[in-house]
Design a protein. Structure first.
Length: 234
């Protein structure tokens, strides 16, 4: 919602969505509780999933952190970029994504290139303001599935267990300390990354995603019939 600043207000965007849903009779599905709340939705929440078999075994051979993010400059508040800069500035951290104007930062060349980067780098970074974003995004879950420990700010919705599958803190000095620990200790990073992978498989499998989406479809189907509509002929 913060990204709409300067165009329409959050209230106006929510009202537009409400009118659209009412006019079309669709059933909205959100990818997280925070997204649902920000858009004023009360319907299904279907968290995205990943296929753990897609990722290469993590090596962590490159003593550097990794963060995948697009349009950072226009999302600094949402991403708590000030915290990121204070915590990781000057450390070997690679930024990947479409970020015009940020020197030396570019998007991955493709899915294969991205998977190789997840495989090589020592840890992953995710920071987000709890008022606007979840404690994870798709890139975070992909990093976990690839066996990377995650460092980030404290967030009630974070799938990371502090000291087990990554490190969480709102103090930039502490985050910096944790990053240095993983940069210096590849074995520990790999062990924590394996715990992160287990969490990703337990909480974000494609099977769970499929079941949740089928429930949402079935709910929409029942709503459609309840309102007196007929399904289109095949």
């Amino acid at each position: 919602m913060e990204e709409e600043k300067g165009r329409r207000t959050p209230e106006e965007m929510r009202e537009m969505l409400r009118r659209y849903i009412e006019a079309t009779g669709v059933r909205a599905v959100a990818t997280s509780a925070i997204k649902a709340k920000s858009w004023g939705l009360t319907d299904d929440i279907v968290t995205f999933g990943m296929d753990e078999a897609e990722y290469y075994p993590h090596t962590g051979e490159e003593a550097a952190g990794l963060r995948i993010c697009n349009f950072i400059e226009s999302r600094r508040k949402i991403l708590m970029w000030g915290l990121h800069e204070k915590a990781f500035g000057g450390l070997p951290v690679k930024l990947v994504g479409h970020n015009p104007g940020m020197a030396g930062v570019k998007a991955a060349e493709g899915w294969e290139d991205l998977k190789r980067q997840l495989q090589r780098h020592r840890f992953y970074i995710h920071t987000a303001d709890p008022r606007y974003e979840e404690g994870f995004n798709m890139s975070t879950i992909e990093a976990m599935a690839a066996g990377m420990p995650v460092i980030g700010n404290r967030h009630a919705g974070s799938p990371i267990r502090h000291g087990v599958s990554g490190f969480l803190s709102d103090d930039p000095d502490e985050l910096r300390k944790y990053a240095k620990i993983l940069l210096e200790d590849r074995e520990r990073a790999n062990a924590m990354g394996e715990e992160a992978r287990k969490t990703a498989i337990e909480q974000f499998s494609l099977g769970q995603f499929r079941e949740a989406f089928w429930r949402a479809i079935e709910t929409a189907r029942k709503k459609f019939h309840h309102e007196g509509h007929e399904e289109p002929r095949r």
